[in-house]
Design a protein around this ligand. Structure first.
Ligand code: TYD
Length: 430
């Protein structure tokens, strides 16, 4: 059995749960430019991350109050429009929050950010539902100090509580309330700043934070996401973009591909795809794809999902059903039988399908520089592949997230992300 060292944990937002550097710095640069002010010499704009905005504008950036007020309005306008979307969630934060909640620990947030941007960020990243209580500044003109924010965030009864934050304000505020102060050394304050302020403990990264707050607790199972589509559907570009977006949302992503993904399977990939082996028969091809999959599932996919990672796999067993079952006409049933020991129960939790007509995909492939042994197949082959995919989707509509792959690249990327987040975070606001 394991137990949690704290029955109440409070978190700061910027620099603790989310990396706000780009969002805040870009919004401030915009605000200063609009009011005709400049960053004073010797000031690093990252210093403004953490303190209340008005304090930064008048103190660190030395603006007179009327100009600071004007700058604040421009800051907020830009922040809501663009700055917020430049935020990222630190890795492991989602699993820390969900592990604490699953263990019955009270989880709250105490931030000096005004309520609207704070809630907008939490909602944007689908984090709101993890918190028992969220305490923010209501109005930047009547500032509440950090110790008071922390006091309000604490539950009525607790045995042992801790505040996690990355600046000395958080540490001092926690100590004034008589609770432990955990320094987030990966944020915007230095370790020295946190220790000088009296931090009980400083963690260098979020993995250490998880070990500190949830020692020995099982990491929740991760997620197995696959992406499928015809050759020429733009799949690789979309997997690149999806990987980046999911990392920005704080998911611990393991990106991999089939055939391949580990040494043995990459060797098999070469054997299957080289145009030196045009004599390869369909059964050999199907068995080689399955063999490469068996090792990949065993060595990479299953262990990663069990470690709580989001595995993002470019193609999986659906490709075999479509290409070998449909394209090579081995039939879906035979291909499923061959793959049974390879998949070994590791079915994808969700599968993105980039829908594009095979003729359009063919035209796109023609612009590629070199084609592999599968891509050089006839139009009739790819038309059978498309039909086999359509049958798979028809038979398992819950698992498939079908996205129109014929739109422009940015629209496809946005649709893919929306569909995937809808599955990962059903509570997320779109
Ligand atoms: P892929 O890596 O997506 O191609 P590319 O490198 O051009 O982006 O896939 C390689 C080829 O292998 C592709 O034509 C589809 C085919 N394939 C199968 O026929 N069966 C399978 O089980 C898998 C995984 C791929």
């Amino acid at each position: 059995m394991y137990s949690f060292p704290y029955d109440a944990v409070l978190f700061d937002l910027d620099g603790t749960l989310t990396c706000s550097e780009q969002g805040i710095v870009q919004s401030m640069l915009h605000a200063l430019k609009t009011v005709g002010a400049q960053v004073p010499a010797g000031v690093d704009l990252r210093e403004i991350i953490g303190p209340p905005l008005m304090t930064s504008l008048t103190g660190i950036l030395r603006l007179p109050v009327p100009q600071a007020r004007e700058a604040m309005a421009h800051y907020s306008e830009f922040f809501n429009r663009e700055g917020m979307y430049l935020y990222t969630v630190y890795p492991h934060i989602r699993s820390i929050l969900s592990m604490l909640r699953a263990g019955g620990v009270y989880v709250a947030m105490a931030t000096s950010k005004p309520v609207r941007p704070a809630m907008a960020i939490l909602n944007h990243f689908g984090l709101t539902h993890y918190f028992n209580r969220i305490i923010t500044e209501e109005d930047n003109e009547k500032l509440v100090n950090k110790p008071e924010l922390i006091r309000r965030a604490l539950p009525d009864h607790y045995e042992r509580a801790a505040m996690v934050g990355d600046r000395f304000y958080d540490i001092e505020g926690a100590l004034q309330n008589g609770i432990d102060a955990i320094g987030a050394g990966y944020g915007f304050g230095t370790e020295e700043e946190l220790l000088t302020a009296g931090a009980t403990h400083v963690v260098p990264d979020t993995e250490s934070l998880r070990a500190f707050l949830c020692p020995g607790a099982p990491v929740p199972r991760g997620f197995f996401l696959t992406v499928e589509g015809l050759d020429g559907s733009g799949k690789t570009t979309q997997v690149d973009r999806l990987e980046k977006s999911l990392r920005d949302y704080g998911y611990s992503v393991l990106r991999t591909r089939e055939p391949g993904g580990c040494e043995i399977s990459e060797e098999i990939r070469h054997t299957i795809l080289t145009t030196d082996h045009m004599e390869m028969c369909p059964a050999c091809e199907a068995l080689l794809y399955a063999a490469s999959r068996a090792q990949h599932v065993h060595q990479v996919i299953r262990p990663a999902v069990e470690r709580g990672m989001l595995v993002l796999c470019d193609r999986f067993v659906d490709s075999s059903v479509a290409y070998q079952g449909g394209g090579r006409e081995l039939g879906a049933e035979t291909v499923c039988q061959i793959n049974d020991p390879a998949v070994a129960g590791m079915w994808p939790d969700a599968t993105v399908y980039l829908e594009i007509d095979h003729q359009r995909a063919l035209r796109r492939r023609h612009s590629a520089s070199s084609l592999d042994r599968i891509e050089v197949e006839s139009a009739a082959f790819h038309s059978r592949v498309q039909a086999a995919y359509e049958k798979l989707i028809h038979d398992d509509p819950r698992r498939f997230l079908v996205v129109d792959g014929e739109q422009d690249m940015d629209t496809v990327a946005a649709d893919v992300l929306d569909a995937v987040l809808g599955r990962l975070e059903p509570e997320l606001e779109s």
